[in-house]
Design a protein around this ligand. Structure first.
Ligand SMILES: N[C@@H](CCC(=O)N[C@@H](CS)C(=O)NCC(=O)O)C(=O)O
Length: 214
């Protein structure tokens, strides 16, 4: 049995499918060639039924034998420490990878997630438009000049940045050819396609068992 277990919800509605963050860990394991299994917790009562494993009642979380980790980024860093394919072992390559992982979270996703949620409201103006635009324009400049974020090759930093940028509403917000090309290249990788297809299949199977009560 695989030592690595990725925990996620047993079912979600159509909207988040393909974007539930267990995908970050599935994708990383696929890139690294690490064996893993996926286990689930019930969607019903999800805010309280696994607080001992994820204090905010969210998914994913990861088991590696006795070691237990919540937060997708912490899980990703753990996997990156296990595989050089995700993070180089030389100090410069490692520092660049960690730096861009944190940039994806703290400089882009920190803006894009609240921007996305504000966009769900009825307000005509999203107060975060200018902030998001500035962050997306800056990353566009970076991606115009390079193929990879760190170490001149694919790393966990590209995985995370692409996962943050691939959200359809973010992708459609302005015209940024370098970012678009980058997202298309990263999500065209066989490891991403496998992880994505597996997540969709997981929830499709859950639909079936909910409808048959199996
Ligand atoms: N910071 C957390 C966020 C995780 C997160 O947003 N999880 C979503 C699924 S992608 C979730 O569990 N949503 C259910 C909820 O918040 O009730 C991480 O990256 O692991």
């Amino acid at each position: 049995m695989a030592e690595l277990t990725i925990w996620t919800l047993d079912w979600v509605s159509e909207g988040p499918r393909g974007f539930v963050r267990d995908l970050r860990l599935r994708w990383a394991c696929e890139e690294a060639g690490l064996a893993y299994s996926v286990r689930t917790i019930p969607f019903e009562d999800r805010t309280t039924n696994h607080l001992s494993r994820q204090p905010f009642g969210q998914v994913p979380y990861l088991d590696d034998g006795e070691l237990k980790i919540f937060e997708s980024r912490a899980g990703l860093l753990h996997l990156a420490r296990k595989s050089e394919r995700l993070m180089p072992r030389d100090p410069v390559g490692e520092a660049e990878t960690v730096q861009w992982i944190i940039a994806a979270l703290n400089s882009i996703e920190m803006v894009s997630v609240p921007w996305w949620f504000l966009g769900l409201s009825d307000a005509t103006d999203n107060g975060l438009d200018a902030w998001l635009e500035s962050r997306l324009d800056h990353i566009e400049t970076v991606l115009n000049e390079r193929e990879w974020l760190a170490a001149d090759r694919f790393t966990a930093a590209d995985l995370l940045m692409a996962d943050v940028l691939r959200v359809p509403k973010v992708r459609a917000y302005g015209v940024r050819p370098a970012s678009e090309n980058y997202v298309a290249r990263m999500t065209g990788r066989p490891a991403f396609r496998k992880a994505y297809a597996d997540q969709l299949a997981h929830y499709a199977a859950a639909d079936k068992s909910r409808s048959t009560g199996a």
